[in-house]
Design a protein around this ligand. Structure first.
Ligand code: A2P
Length: 348
């Protein structure tokens, strides 16, 4: 991939939870663009967000906005991406899409830069950012899979409100206040009360009984690892955590794998931090993962149900808004902008 000067960057959905995080991360990482355009719906017209040291006014998204744009980062939901991403590509932009709209399109690379950067070479204008739960799981398991091929994954998620956007985060805070004041609770964004509760992920349940989030974890993991036959059984659950998803992961291998070998691989893995303090019972927690770039991995242990040593258990926490969405998108933009061929992937 050759260098690509970014003169004009557009952020679609700039006022949302992921869009705002994108703006902050661009600044924190010193990403340079001569011009930045912030776009959202009519509701946010005129809002002001500071990016690159300058206050910028949010504009209402229109098809003409993409003229002259080099990179457009979309975080405004699948419907907006389906409608506007092709218009942006037609106008000459490269689209980095945080929605689910194009992820399983075989012509669209689905990329985690630490894992399958080589897939960027095949881009034809749209690059998809994977589902947040898939990213957080894959950051922990891809380094292991590169050395000890995984045969089967059983994963349960503990997903925060942030995955459903800024309004859902507000709903959790508001319901907490209502609950503590003895007021009645009427869910709006979520289908059930989120405070002091948990429930099956709020996506459509398919005929096989898996919800939409679980289906994404299965399909996207196979695509990213280039492993179409990998066995995966997820259970995705929404929990009353503000941001940062956690996951309990059980891995099955063809041969015995020692927890120490897994720990060593994870200690060296980019974007991963091992938190595995058995003495003090301190392991990955969403409160520690919040605001951090690294995915925290711990509770690394042999699966006690497999005396043959072919099972490993892990627990992970990762900031859903950062590595699970905005940071991954900005990292892709950096690869495009610099043309630097990233580190050789463990999954290639
Ligand atoms: P707005 O703030 O004007 O509603 P979140 O995921 O946190 O809910 O954020 C969604 C983001 O996508 C927001 O910036 C929101 O803008 C934006 N958005 C939602 N629908 C549209 C639309 N039809 N056109 C443009 N932006 C949209």
């Amino acid at each position: 991939m050759s260098a690509f000067p970014v003169r004009h960057l557009a952020i679609v959905g700039a006022t949302g939870a992921v869009g705002r995080e994108c703006c902050a991360i661009l600044d924190q990482r010193g990403f340079h663009a001569d011009r930045v355009t912030l776009l959202a719906s009519q509701r946010s017209a005129g809002a002001v967000i500071n990016v690159g040291g300058a206050d910028r006014t949010v504009e209402v998204l229109q098809p003409a906005d993409f003229e002259g744009v080099d990179i457009a980062i979309f975080s405004a939901g699948a419907e907006t991406s389906r409608r506007f991403a092709p218009i942006a590509v037609q106008a000459g932009a490269i689209v980095i899409d945080n929605s689910s709209a194009f992820r399983m399109d075989p012509t669209v690379p689905l990329v985690i830069p630490e894992i399958n950067p080589g897939d960027l070479d095949g881009q034809r204008g749209i690059i998809a950012v994977p589902n947040c739960s898939a990213i957080i799981m894959l950051m922990a398991i891809a380094p292991i899979h590169g050395r000890f091929p995984i045969k089967r994954i059983v994963v349960s998620t503990y997903q925060s409100a942030s995955g459903a956007g800024a309004r859902a985060m507000h709903e959790l805070i508001e319901q907490t206040r209502q609950h503590l004041n003895g007021e009645s609770i009427r869910p709006v964004v979520f289908p059930h009360p989120i405070v002091f509760n948990l429930f099956c992920h709020n996506t459509v349940i398919g005929p096989d009984g898996y919800n939409g989030e679980e289906r994404k974890m299965i399909d996207e993991t196979r695509k990213i690892l280039h492993a179409p036959d990998l066995s995966i059984s997820p259970t995705c659950v929404r929990v009353p955590v503000l941001r940062a998803h956690s996951e309990s992961i059980n891995l099955e291998f063809d041969r015995a794998v020692a927890p120490d070998a897994v720990r060593e691989l994870l200690c060296r893995a980019p974007g991963v931090r091992v938190v595995d303090d058995r003495v003090n019972n301190r392991f990955p927690m969403p409160i520690d993962a919040t605001g951090r770039d690294d995915v925290l991995v711990g509770r690394i242990r042999q699966d006690a149900s497999r005396p043959d040593g072919r099972g490993i258990d892990l627990f992970v926490s990762g900031d859903q808004l950062r590595k699970g969405a905005a940071l991954n998108a900005v990292q892709i933009a950096e690869h495009i902008a610099t043309g630097i061929r990233p580190r050789v992937s463990v999954a290639q």
